[in-house]
Design a protein around this ligand. Sequence first.
Ligand code: IVH
Length: 673
Amino acid sequence: MTATNRIHQLRDEIRRHEELYYMHAAPEVADPEFDVLMNELKALEAAHPELLTSDSPTQRVGGRPAEGFATVEHLQPMLSLDNAYNQDDLRAFDERVRKGLAIETSPAYVAELKIDGLSIALTYDEGRLVRGATRGDGSRGEDVTANVRTVRAIPLSLKCRPPGRIEIRGEIYLPKKAFERMNQEQEAAGEPLFANPRNTAAGAMRNLDPALVAKRGLSAWSYQVVGIAVGESEDSPLHSGMLQDLKAWGMAVEPHWRECAGIDAVVAFCDEWRDKRHTLAFETDGVVIKLNDVAMRERLGATSKFPRWATAFKFPAERKIAMLHRIEVNIGRTGAATPYAVLEPTVVAGSTISMATLHNPDDIIRKDIRPGELVIIEKAGDVIPRVVGPAHPEALERPAPWLMPTACPVCSSPLHKPDDEAVWRCENSSCPSKLRRGLEHFASRGAMNIEGLGESLVAQLIESGLVKSVADVYHLSAEALEGLERMGRKSAAKVMGEIDKSRRNLVWRLLYGLGIRHVGERGAQVLADHFGSVADIQAASLEQLQQVHEIGPVLAEAVRTWFDEPRNRELIARLQAAGLTLTGERKVAPVGPQPLLGKTYVITGELSGMSRDDAQAKLEVLGAKVTGSVSKKTTALIVGTEPGTSKIEKASRLGIATLDEAGLLILLISPTS
Ligand code: IVH
């Protein structure tokens, strides 16, 4: 056999195994056998470089990390979908469709699972993958071709080579297993956890190093072709035919889609998948319903945002009934006492829930949640589980209502609640629980950044009595650490080195690490910049504090109160004696690493995970500028929900990149990636 023939044979065979493994989860061969084929192909291509092509399976990860992503235009705008939340919404959609088409009976639809990932537009030229782009603002996205090529469910060349240039739309997603694995790695590295697979996939896709993206285990489903008429069945193209064509070309098509003869069948499909979705290997947040007949779709057209021929049914938050065993109270860093529910472990939305937050005591009373009876619990997608209320509020015999404890469950000091606040607090400044959370915060990455001083070591230090105040950290010895569990000589020396290094931190890190109420990273930086030293902040009057730009009355008061407390003054004195840097430079510009220096962002719309002020402060801390209007100088427009259309249009006109909230989070977490 000639080298050319063998190379072709190997490529086909490898692609077949990739499909079996990555699309059908049904491998025929074990990894070592697959590697043998791949190695043979690599060797042949090395011996015959003239036969190497860019669509060879050996060429998935190529090139060096990029500087950034270019903005590219989509063949047709990538529209979003209107939402339906219940049966009535679905029937209303059907009615609009029938009215628009002037037909009596409900038409045929295709129902597909809505994949919770990020949409992607793949361009194939004469059957070869030439470009992969994110949705961006719908008209223009980011060119992420190098990253897309690493996703093995996406073929580098199509089987039947449809002629010309076509764009295939789909969704890149992170399988649940890969998500769990990534979060385990994050946890082990002491990094913040990812909220959900979607954000994680979006973050991975925006990584500038394809070699790293390749390791993430991303996958993809495709569901639409733009550019040519496909799915021909006699004279009327159908969406179902297009899905079959996609599959025949070697694209991964989520297999559970169904042709529905009318809206009743669609409703049944949505009902059926409400629970069954948890058995899938990927997250789905709903069902996409599409008119099957392509000619009918064209008659209906689209609004500026949505096609009129499709809608997205969103699964409701899943609810379950569970026994509420107890309500316990957690004492946070500031002494805030937060009740939480201890539940009989119950599977909700695919994960086992045994605890749920309960906000504050007033909320528990208002909802009449009582320990010792069944309650309704709820979890929606990435949302933290919550207790909705009692399952049987009308029952004749119910346990006694819950009462907020009057004493701290950890140190037994009385709990206090100021009249104008909903939160109860333990005021004992040496409460072990406060100390524990306080020390965790002090050592955390954003504050003093003492690597190795995490939850488990903090707990041991406090339990063993080695640390009774944050200042004690600076009097620890390597020998004392070595006496603790899982602390060898090497790790002890490493932690000691980290502790020593933190003595030279910038002042704002210490100020933030002290955990003064209302003093976040930004506030700490502003204070440090203005006053220069901890001593000057301590000496400042309430008026002087309030006069500082960006420091409001609440923050000023909290700072004053903290420094008025003799114990806290003593802590500062001890930290000074331990050799910590308490004096820095006075300056106006914020300090700290500034990887986003020179970049300018504009925020539009509401963000769900933080306020816009918070987002602005966080970006500024990293050196970025945040302005109110889009211009040529804007690096990217950050788009939340209900954004201003003029900002989006202007960004699109000027070719300015856009970031959604997931993208923003990634930018904040790793601004240099
Ligand atoms: S079709 C014009 N089908 O959902 C129709 N979208 O909320 C375009 N999505 O931006 C989309 N699974 O990223 C379609 N089976 C599916 C989908 C799907 C997930 C995403 C897609 C879109 C968003 C709309």
